[in-house]
Design a protein around this ligand. Structure first.
Ligand code: ZN
Length: 185
């Protein structure tokens, strides 16, 4: 299983390297990586397991963060309707997005960043995403709210981008043009 010591932290070059497309069918190694990443998120959100293994809670994990340059990430979170979104996205893309932006008023966090980085991280409020499942099935999803933000955060990892790259350097809390803050945060 993936533990905190397996997650690389900011400063590691793999977090700044573009991950590579994954060919299908997946190798056994790639399948294991996918299931291990999703399992980490599920375990990390279970208070007993998280405490037992010292896991920091997360809703998303990209392969770069476990030092693998494969274009895949896992997400495990609820959408605004309380429906569970739990999947591994292989070779993910954003195919279209809203003009409107959003941001989490308290800022974003990352399992690879052991500090609070204050500031607004502008994200598209709504996205249409495409990706492949571990079985090679193509999926198209429309996302908004926290799932849309998490998808963009994880896709950035696959491109070597950290969330704080998007924070306004002069004024981290400068108003984000054409945006609404994420509700309920
Ligand atoms: Zn992250």
């Amino acid at each position: 299983m993936i533990l905190m010591e397996d997650i690389i932290r900011e400063g590691h070059p793999t977090l700044r390297t573009r991950a590579q497309e994954i060919p299908f069918p997946l190798t056994e190694e790639d399948q294991k990586l996918a299931s291990d990443m999703l399992e980490y998120l599920i375990n990390s959100q279970n208070p007993e397991i998280a405490q037992k293994y010292g896991l920091r809670s997360g809703i998303g994990l990209a392969a770069n963060q476990v030092n693998s340059l494969k274009r895949m990430f896992a997400l495990h979170l609820e959408n605004d309707n309380g429906e569970l979104l739990s999947f591994v996205a292989i070779n993910p893309k954003i195919v279209s997005h809203s003009v409107e932006k959003t941001y989490i008023p308290t800022g974003e966090g990352c399992l690879s960043v052991d500090r609070q980085v204050p500031g607004y991280v502008p994200r598209y409020a709504r996205i249409t995403a495409k990706f492949f499942t571990i079985d090679g099935e193509e999926k198209k999803l429309r996302l908004k709210g926290l799932p849309a933000i998490a998808f963009q955060h994880e896709l950035d990892h696959l491109n070597g981008i950290m969330f704080y790259d998007h924070i306004n350097k002069e004024n981290p809390f400068a108003p984000v043009p054409n945006s609404l803050p994420l509700d309920g945060e």
